[in-house]
Design a protein around this ligand. Structure first.
Ligand SMILES: *Cc1c(COP(=O)(O)O)cnc(C)c1O
Length: 229
């Protein structure tokens, strides 16, 4: 893609977000855009950064580290959104600003213990598995209620909220259902005393449903970069 194409695609995605905010009575600019750059080359990240994008999401550690090295002169905010293996936590804690995919207390404890003192606390979301049959990663709803206070108490983490990857469904109404459950779960945790401000939900195909149900950050790959390679 040429620079103009990156700008146009980003503007189109931002226009979808702003239109959904308006349609569903969300405050203007209350939904942030995370550009999911997995499988995209560093040049594509640089091009998207050049048209104003700062938050990038990556799923695979080695691929992400290579891009960070190549793009070290740019001031980018990197979010880890893929499955977290225990033997990768140190490198994730050293290189990312956010981890959206914390799905076990043990992983959270390792990330907290390994977060370098020179960096601010690592922002984390708990990944919630709302339909256990179709996806394998994530905490069940009752597990989240049990684990969240323990994660929030870890010294070098800042628990920001919840994240989910729902199973693909055909209609807008069906898309909204699991996302509404994530919002309800978040509200329960807030009532229980946790200071959460982030609902990480919504991808290229369910962005509008996610904004309708209270997403504060949507994770968009295909609609920004085109099909993955
Ligand atoms: C790949 C990925 C996305 C982006 O999906 P698109 O449908 O390409 O927008 C969002 N979140 C996670 C966790 C992903 O792995």
């Amino acid at each position: 893609m040429m620079t103009a194409d990156f700008a146009a695609r980003r503007q189109a995605v931002l226009a979808r977000i702003r239109a959904a905010e308006q349609r569903f009575q969300r405050p203007l600019e209350s939904v942030a855009l995370l550009a999911v750059s997995k499988t995209q080359p560093a040049a594509a990240v640089a091009a998207m950064a050049a048209v104003g994008q700062t938050k990038f999401g990556e799923n695979y550690l080695q691929e992400a580290l290579a891009k960070m090295t190549e793009l070290a002169t740019l001031d980018l905010e990197w979010h880890f959104i893929g499955p977290v293996q225990a033997n990768k936590t140190r490198s994730i804690a050293e290189h990312f600003a956010w981890v959206h995919s914390v799905d076990r207390l043990k992983i959270a404890e390792r990330l907290s213990a390994q977060r370098p003192a020179r960096l601010p606390p690592l922002n984390v979301c708990l990944q919630v598995n709302l339909d256990r049959e179709t996806t394998k990663h994530g905490l069940g709803e009752t597990e989240v209620v049990a684990v969240a206070p323990a994660v929030a108490a870890l010294p070098r983490l800042r628990l920001r909220g919840l994240m989910t990857i729902p199973a693909p469904v055909a209609t807008f109404a069906a898309q909204r259902q699991p996302l509404a459950r994530l919002r309800d779960l978040q509200e329960r945790l807030v009532v229980a005393g946790l200071a959460l401000d982030t609902l990480s939900m919504g991808m290229s195909d369910d962005l509008e449903a996610a904004v309708a149900e209270g997403a504060t950050l949507v994770r968009i790959g295909t609609a920004l970069f085109g099909p993955r390679v």
